[in-house]
Design a protein around this ligand. Sequence first.
Ligand SMILES: Cc1cc2nc3c(=O)[nH]c(=O)nc-3n(C[C@H](O)[C@H](O)[C@H](O)COP(=O)(O)OP(=O)(O)OC[C@H]3O[C@@H](n4cnc5c(N)ncnc54)[C@H](O)[C@@H]3O)c2cc1C
Length: 381
Amino acid sequence: MDEILWKRESFRKKAREVARNVIAPQASEIDAKGELPWEIVDVFAQQGFLSILIPEEYGGMDADITSFCIVVEEIANYCASSSLLIIAHTVGLMPIILGGMPELKEFCLTRVAKEKAILCFCLTEPDAGSDAASIRTKAILQGDHYLLNGRKCFITNGGISDFYTVFAVTNSEMKMEGISGFVIEKGTPGLSVGKTEEKLGIRGSNTTEVILEDVKVPISQRIGEEGVGWWLMMRTLNRSRPAIGAQAVGVAQGALDYVIQFGQGKGWFKNNGALEIQYKLADMAIEIEAARALVYKAAQMMDEKVKGTPVQMFSAMSKYFASDVAMKVTTDIVQIMQWQGLTKDHPVERMMRDAKVIQIFEGTNQIQRLVVAHTLLKEAK
Ligand SMILES: Cc1cc2nc3c(=O)[nH]c(=O)nc-3n(C[C@H](O)[C@H](O)[C@H](O)COP(=O)(O)OP(=O)(O)OC[C@H]3O[C@@H](n4cnc5c(N)ncnc54)[C@H](O)[C@@H]3O)c2cc1C
């Protein structure tokens, strides 16, 4: 087996073990309490899941997007909230990996690899969700530092991060070219955490406001040149959407595995019984496989550094197709299990709530459809 394949399979093995032995027994409690125990974060750090994309020179695992998706899928099989900690952290890291100056990489990436520092990605604002180019957080250059003011909302890991990757307007005369990215360390005066959101699903994931009031950020903590923030953000989201797709595939597969075991336990399928349910299970298995194929195709395109708009299109397709499949599959499974599907004695109602959230974050599925349609029309010219 070549080295890349070996690395991917070793990540799959490690993630599967962690998911089954450490996470599965706690998944319903994580949902009920609305928080993840630090023990799980420690295990993620030990296994290299928090430094999966960090280059070796900064102490990371130097793995590829496919490996990242594999880890996410395996964890999401049992707990979408736990997998989201890894995704949001890695999304916070990506702009730094892609465009940070060597000193910034040294400052931040080595801290992740050695001290299990956690990151988040701060883009969304109360008046700028889908239309990310209309963010209002400002970064004004004053001598050797920037002064940042603004309010970010719905930030995953917002209340538990050591570093905040923040996007702000550095030149309001320009639109996309006027946006820059910054890394801000926890404890920097003026940076505070606001409201923690109580969500329908993925409840164990920490989601908060992040408030910036006259936060002084040295120029050395700007990610790349001024004005490249939009480009970094887009490149990051292209890479992270397949991971969100992998999360959705994990949730759907987890629910399917559960209902099969449940039905077998009840003797539903003996003597070729419950044929209607068997047909439904077959359809679900096909849809999950199709979603998985799309997710890993998009991941492979990233790993092979394919250039151009199709990459963006496949990334969008993988996120929205897989999360729509997860929503459909989990809803159907709750229906199949009837009243038992609705109770907290079984994980499928949680999985259904989690799937709903996946359709919304990291760009709604409506916006992903627009990305696909725009690419098709552009390519057809
Ligand atoms: C659990 C959770 C975690 C999140 N984590 C993060 C995070 O870590 N970092 C971060 O920056 N953000 C995060 N977000 C924010 C998330 O990415 C946004 O919620 C999402 O992009 C949608 O933005 P919005 O909620 O403001 O909806 P809006 O942009 O206000 O959209 C509202 C509705 O209008 C539709 N719509 C908007 N524009 C168009 C259009 N042009 N054409 C057609 N339909 C349109 C949308 O599809 C949606 O249905 C998170 C959100 C959630 C729910």
